[in-house]
Design a protein around this ligand. Structure first.
Ligand SMILES: Nc1nc2c(ncn2[C@@H]2O[C@H](COP(=O)(O)OP(=O)(O)OP(=O)(O)O)[C@@H](O)[C@H]2O)c(=O)[nH]1
Ligand SMILES: [Mg+2]
Length: 332
């Protein structure tokens, strides 16, 4: 099979025209970072070194920034460990030590799409309104920049507006959308789409699905049916069941994932709406509990507002600059 990724000069040129990733990401994650900055800046309290007795305050701060108890405890344990060996003399030392532990916690997340099949089939799932359809459009845009071919399937057959929304994105991005309209059997749409994507040798097929709550057993069973139908056509398909989570829902995202994971075994995640929330720390709680790859993060509503997840860039965007924290003797 020829390589799916063709890193041609044309691709490089296209990518060069994209906005610079990391700095832009920092801007988009400013709500979460500002929340952390406010809390961290209080921790020195005029002292030259960080007083380990303040670690409990820090733990509370991290928990309240939606990192969850597990990751917060790990970070504090690491800080205690470091502070026994060396004084945490500056905000820079503190941030470096936090960064170290965050890197360990997020280690399972930083895995990019393997594309080990063609068509590489991604079934996009999640509760209502988390950003599934928009994320599909953004991933499509990103894949096209990588010079991959894409096909979409309108598997949210509950609302005519849902089919229209995906169809409009398809027109805008100039990719085919397989649809049987409203009220069609979503599994039949997925089946047709895979047949069609195979016939056209499409690189990636993404299947949109209706938003659902885990308590709607008929809808959860529909996902199982879609999975089974695809699996009959290609034992590897769907290659990924991707759950989209809205970062703004904070700890609720954890229970959404828990329920979907139980029902259909989620393979990977996309975390959306990180631009609109101070709860971006939830990604650490998710990583700590589920250790799943996070393929992309959403940082806005436009087709460009998506970033492949990169651990170092995410932590850089999340943590304050040492200079922005209140230094001993510095004005507030
Ligand atoms: N600010 C921001 N808004 C987003 C992001 N991703 C999606 N949205 C917005 O969230 C809203 C819902 O997005 P959809 O893509 O329709 O969500 P969905 O999960 O497909 O919704 P249902 O199909 O109704 O379950 C839209 O207004 C999107 O523009 C993001 O990363 N940032
Ligand atoms: Mg949708």
């Amino acid at each position: 099979m020829p390589p799916l990724f063709r890193n041609t000069k044309k691709t490089e040129n296209k990518l060069k025209s994209s906005p610079p990733g990391p700095s832009n990401l920092r801007e988009r994650l400013s709500k979460t970072r500002n929340a952390l900055t406010r809390g961290l800046s209080g921790l020195f309290r005029g002292s030259e070194t960080l007083d380990p007795s303040l670690f409990e305050d820090l733990e509370d701060l991290l928990v309240s920034a939606d990192l969850g108890v597990g990751p917060s405890t790990k970070i504090i344990d690491h800080l205690r460990d470091v502070s026994q060996r060396q004084n945490l003399n500056s905000a820079g030392d503190l941030i470096a030590a936090i960064r170290e532990e965050m890197t360990v916690i997020l280690e399972p997340c930083g895995k990019s799409l393997p594309f080990d099949g063609r068509p590489y089939v991604m079934l996009i799932v999640g509760v209502n309104g988390v950003g599934k359809t928009t994320t599909i459009a953004k991933i499509t845009h990103w894949l096209l920049q990588q010079e991959r071919t894409v096909m979409l399937a309108a598997g949210d057959t509950y609302r005519a507006a849902a089919v229209e929304q995906l169809t409009r994105w398809g027109e805008r991005l100039q990719v085919p959308v397989i649809s049987q309209g409203q009220d069609a059997d979503a599994a039949a749409v997925a089946h047709d789409a895979l047949v069609s994507a195979r016939a056209r040798s499409t690189d990636v097929l993404m299947i949109d699905t209706a938003g659902r709550q885990h308590t709607q057993s008929d809808l959860m069973n529909q996902l199982i049916k879609i999975k089974r139908v695809l699996n009959k056509l290609d034992p590897e398909a769907p290659h990924e069941i991707v759950q989209v989570l809205d970062a703004g829902t904070g700890q609720n995202a954890l229970s959404q994932l828990q329920h979907f994971h139980q029902a259909v075994q989620v393979d990977s995640l996309c975390l959306t709406k990180l631009d609109g929330t101070a709860k971006g720390g939830i990604l650490l709680a998710i990583a700590d509990k589920f250790a799943l790859p996070v393929r992309f993060i959403g940082v806005g509503e436009g087709p460009d507002d998506l970033r492949p997840f990169n651990t170092a860039q995410f932590i850089d965007a999340l943590l304050p600059d040492a200079e922005s924290l209140q230094r001993p003797g510095a004005p507030a």
